[in-house]
Design a protein around this ligand. Structure first.
Ligand SMILES: Nc1ncnc2c1ncn2[C@@H]1O[C@H](COP(=O)(O)OP(=O)(O)OP(=O)(O)O)[C@@H](O)[C@H]1O
Length: 250
C-alpha cells in the first residue's frame, strides 16, 4: 500500500489574530501529485508554511511522513515563490543548490564530495548542470525557477511542496518542469503544488484540492466538473471557462 506522506485533520491557523484556515483535512500518499488551487488570499501559502513548521497550527492534527511538522523539519522539499530567494546574494548556482542541505551542514563548512555530487545530480535533473558556476544574480526567471527546484531536490525529499512554480516562466521551461514533476511522482515522491494555472494543474495532477480558507473539494480533475464547487472555491459568477478547461482535461 502507498505510504502516507502527509495527513492533516481539522487544521486551523491564525495570522495576526485572524483565522486564515479552518477545518482543513488533506492527505497525500507517495506518488501523488496534488494541485492546491484557490483565489488570492485563500490560504495556500499559509498551508504550505504550516506543513513546514514555519507557522504553528492553532488546532488540528498534522503528520508529515508520520512525524509532527517540527520533527519533520528539514526533510520536506520546498520550492518557495521566486521572489522569496535572495538572488542578489553573491553565490554560484551550485552553492545556492547546496543551501538546500543547510539543515544538515554547519554554516560556512566547505561541501564534501558527496554533497557536491548531490548538487550536480539535482542540477542535472533540472537541466542546469552547464550553469553550475554562474552567479545566481545573472540567471533568467526560468533558470531561477529551475535552481529553486534543484535546491529542493538536493536532499531527495519524499514530500515536495511547490509554491506557484509556473508563475512567469516560458512554455519550454513549464514543459520541462511539468515533465520533471510527473517523473518525480512516478518515482514515488509526493508533491503538493499551488498554482493559478488551472489548465496545467488539470493536465498533470492526480488530484486537485480546491481551497478557500478550508477544503471545498478534493478529487481527480475529471471528477470536479460540477460548477458548484468552483463557485464556492473561487466565488465566480460564471465558471464556464474553468469548466471548459476541465472538460478538456477529462
Ligand atoms: N503575516 C500575516 N499576518 C496577518 N495576515 C496574513 C499574514 N500573511 C498572510 N496573511 C493573510 O492570510 C490570508 C492567506 O494568505 P496566503 O498568502 O496564505 O494566501 P494565498 O492563497 O497563498 O494567496 P495568493 O494566491 O495571493 O498567493 C490572506 O488574507 C493574507 O492577507
Amino acid at each position: 500500500m502507498a505510504e502516507r506522506q502527509l495527513a492533516l485533520s481539522g487544521v486551523a491557523v491564525e495570522l495576526g489574530g485572524r483565522q486564515v484556515l479552518h477545518d482543513v483535512d488533506l492527505n497525500l500518499d507517495e506518488g501523488e501529485l496534488v494541485g492546491l488551487l484557490g483565489p488570492n488570499g485563500a490560504g495556500k501559502t499559509t498551508l504550505l508554511r504550516t506543513i513546514l513548521a514555519l507557522q504553528p497550527a492553532r488546532t488540528g492534527t498534522l503528520r508529515v511522513g508520520g512525524r509532527s511538522p517540527a520533527e519533520a523539519r528539514g526533510t520536506v522539499g520546498y520550492v518557495p515563490q521566486r521572489h522569496e530567494f535572495a538572488w542578489d546574494f553573491p553565490i554560484s548556482v551550485e552553492k545556492a543548490v547546496l543551501t538546500g542541505l543547510a539543515h544538515r551542514r554547519r554554516w560556512g563548512r566547505i561541501a564534501d564530495k558527496n554533497e557536491r555530487e548531490a548538487a550536480r545530480e539535482a542540477l542535472r535533473r533540472v537541466g542546469m548542470n552547464d550553469l553550475a558556476s554562474r552567479p545566481v544574480g545573472e540567471l533568467s526567471g526560468g533558470q531561477r525557477q529551475r535552481v529553486l527546484v534543484a535546491r529542493a531536490l538536493v536532499m531527495r525529499p519524499r514530500l515536495l511542496l511547490l509554491d506557484e512554480p509556473f508563475t512567469g516562466i516560458d512554455a519550454p521551461t513549464q514543459e520541462a518542469l511539468t515533465e520533471l514533476l510527473s517523473l518525480l511522482s512516478t518515482e514515488g515522491t509526493a508533491l503538493l503544488m499551488t498554482t493559478h494555472d488551472l489548465a496545467a494543474a488539470a493536465g498533470m495532477c492526480t488530484r486537485l484540492c480546491l481551497l478557500n480558507r478550508t477544503v471545498i473539494a478534493d478529487d481527480e480533475p475529471a471528477r470536479l466538473a460540477e460548477a458548484d464547487v468552483w463557485l464556492r472555491a473561487f466565488g465566480l459568477a460564471r465558471p464556464e471557462q474553468l469548466l471548459r478547461i476541465l472538460g478538456g482535461a477529462a
